[in-house]
Design a protein. Structure first.
Length: 131
């Protein structure tokens, strides 16, 4: 778990650095990757003869292509928002502490519920065993 958290933090910092350096390219790369994944799933549905899969992925591919074409004029606004958010995050690194605190509290609550469930189950099993 700790390794996964470390990797996600490193990937997050890498993403922010790339967004700050190349925001225009990042938008197009992400749009291309999104379309490529949907296209791959569409082709996989055709090859595996899964009608539902290639029909649904074909619809998603069409909607994705239409939305990219229709919203390409709004990319300038997206780029400004992306730059602003990347600058804010790099100027206020304490934002990452919020996510770590949430992870810690969620882990503590999950462990408490797991322990409580096992304890209650053990008590019920013990009572049933005594009968």
């Amino acid at each position: 778990i700790a390794g996964g958290i470390g990797i996600s933090v490193v990937i997050g910092f890498l993403y922010i650095a790339i967004v700050k350096l190349l925001p225009h390219h990042m938008i197009f790369v992400l749009a291309f990757l999104n379309t490529a994944v949907i296209l791959f799933l569409f082709i996989l549905g055709i090859v595996s003869d899964n009608v539902a899969m290639y029909v649904i992925m074909g619809i998603f591919l069409l909607l994705n292509s239409i939305s990219i074409c229709c919203l390409r004029n709004r990319l300038d606004l997206v780029l400004v928002m992306l730059k602003t958010s990347a600058n804010f995050i790099t100027q206020n690194p304490s934002i990452f502490l919020t996510a770590l605190a949430q992870l810690l509290l969620t882990s503590i609550i999950t462990i408490f519920y797991m322990y409580s469930t096992v304890a209650i189950s053990s008590i019920i099993e013990h009572k049933n065993y005594q009968k």
